[in-house]
Design a protein around this ligand. Structure first.
Ligand SMILES: NC(=O)c1ccc[n+]([C@@H]2O[C@H](COP(=O)([O-])OP(=O)(O)OC[C@H]3O[C@@H](n4cnc5c(N)ncnc54)[C@H](OP(=O)(O)O)[C@@H]3O)[C@@H](O)[C@H]2O)c1
Length: 270
């Protein structure tokens, strides 16, 4: 990644809660110095307050290389005006907010502003996120490379072909970690219902989800093939999958409904 431009012109983070901090941590690890970073956040965490050299709630630079917008969508209208002086120029705006359209930023920041809308997810906190990106007409290939380089510090990146895809992406990977956490919770509870001690059931559920996820990522085989590999006819896994793959009450219908509800909510927020 070309961090020189950031070292020279600086970067601004508007909002630095869970997602902003996960990203900032990744960027500091890649060698961006704290003195090149300006953070605006009304209640900065202890971690932020302890970062030596960070420009915390200080006057903003005039022409930073990039501004990361990481406030909640509900705060957007009140938060954006402070960024307006940096719009319509060469500062790239990278936003990770759910459900706020590129058009909203163009209206708030100026129609000529380069804007890239990204949808990350929380495994970014341990460098294992996946972030999708789409830029507006003003964003250049160099802008896209800068954004991808920054986001690669917290996991995989994927370019979208249209902004409309972001709602479904939010339903799959943006909100998806919560579905998997719930899978862990319910798998552990099901173990307890079968007589296992709580802690053991949770240990088994966490390690199973993490291990299966890692195997799915590392293997050349599809998740479907990996599933078949561990399913012997009439065996224990087959008995469970008969329940989980039921066309009316199983995962296919349930996840379809869940992802569709999240996608619909993302569209409503937009
Ligand atoms: N967390 C996720 O899984 C995830 C995934 C994908 C996308 N996102 C997006 O990332 C964005 C941030 O989410 P988050 O989970 O990091 O939320 P968060 O932890 O609440 O962080 C938002 C931060 O912005 C601060 N803030 C509020 N008003 C502000 C203002 N006017 N100027 C500057 N900072 C302000 C908040 O301070 P106070 O707490 O004092 O209000 C808070 O520290 C959201 O738009 C969300 O859609 C999150």
């Amino acid at each position: 990644m070309n961090t020189e431009i950031i070292k020279q012109r600086g970067m601004v983070l508007l909002g630095c809660g869970k997602m902003g901090s996960a990203m900032l941590q990744g960027w500091l690890n890649t060698g961006i110095p704290t003195r090149a970073v300006w953070v605006q956040d009304p209640h900065p965490s202890e971690w932020l307050q302890g970062l030596d050299g960070l420009n915390l709630n200080a006057g903003l630079p005039e022409n930073p290389a990039i501004v990361l917008i990481a406030v909640k969508p509900q705060m957007m209208q009140s938060a954006l005006p402070v960024l307006r002086p940096m719009g319509n120029g060469s500062t790239l705006f990278l936003t990770v907010a759910a459900g706020t359209s590129i058009a909203t930023y163009e209206t708030a920041l100026g129609a000529q502003t380069p804007i890239i809308r990204a949808m990350p997810n929380t495994p970014a906190a341990i460098g294992q996120g996946i972030t999708t990106l789409i830029g507006n007409a003003n964003s250049t290939p160099a802008d896209m490379q800068l954004a991808e380089g920054l986001l690669a510090a917290v996991g995989q990146t994927v370019r979208l072909t249209s902004e409309a895809q972001i709602d479904a992406v939010t339903g799959v990977s943006g909100s998806g970690p919560a579905y998997v956490f719930h899978l862990i919770e319910t798998l552990a509870s099901a173990g307890v219902a079968q007589g296992l001690p709580k802690e053991l059931a949770m240990q088994l559920a966490k390690a199973t989800v993490a291990g299966a996820g890692a195997l799915a990522m590392a293997s050349d085989q599809t998740p479907g093939q990996l599933r078949e590999n561990v399913t012997s006819p009439n065996g224990t896994t087959a008995a469970a999958l008969q329940v989980l793959m039921d066309s009316e009450t199983g995962f296919p219908t349930l996840l379809n409904r869940a992802v569709s509800a999240a996608t619909k909510r993302s569209k409503e927020l937009g």
